[in-house]
Design a binder for this molecule. Sequence first.
Ligand code: SF4
Length: 187
Amino acid sequence: MKFAIPQKAYKKNCEALLKAGSVEGMAELLIESLARVSFRVFRIHVSGDFFSVDYAGAWQTTCNAFPTAMFWAYTRCRDPGILGVLRQTSNLRMLLSCDRDNWRGMLAISEDFPCFGLSYYTMGEKPPEQVYTRGDEVPVACPQGLVVFPDQTVRRRLSLPGTCPTDLAVNPWPKQQACVKCRRCCG
Ligand code: SF4
C-alpha cells in the first residue's frame, strides 16, 4: 500500500507490530514484508528504534530467515537487554548513534558492546576526539570507524573526517548504489 506521507506508513507499521505483540507475530510480519522485495543489504528503520527486547528478537528471527543478506541499523537505545539480543545476530551490524547531547552515554554503552560501530550526527560541530578514537577501535575493516552524518542545514557544505560520502559536496556514487559500494555502515 502507498502512503502520501511517510509518517502515515510509519504509524501503520508501528500499530501492526504492536498488535502482533509477540516475537513470533512481529517476526512473521517482518519476514512477510521482506519476502516481497529482493535485497542483498537492508537498512532497518528510516525512522524509529528498537523499542523492546521482543521487537529486537523479532528482528533477530528475521535476519536469521535471510542468512545470505546483510542487515544494518543505527540505534540510540541504551537498554542492555535489547542490545544484547541484537549483538547475537551474526548478519546484523549495529551502529551506536551519537550526537553532541548523548555521546558520553553512547561511549559508555560502546564499552560493553565493542563490536558495534559508531555514527555521529552533527549540526556543524566536529565530533569529539574521544568518539573518533573509539570509532577507530571498532573491529571493522573500514578507513574511518566513525561515520559522520551532517544535519541537512550543513549537508554538502561540511567535510569532516568520516563524513558519509553521500553527504559530501561531490557524491562519488548514485544514491541507490552508495551504501553497497561504500559498505562502511553495512559491513
Ligand atoms: S554511503 Fe557509506 S557511510 Fe553513507 S550511509 Fe551508506 S554505508 Fe554508511
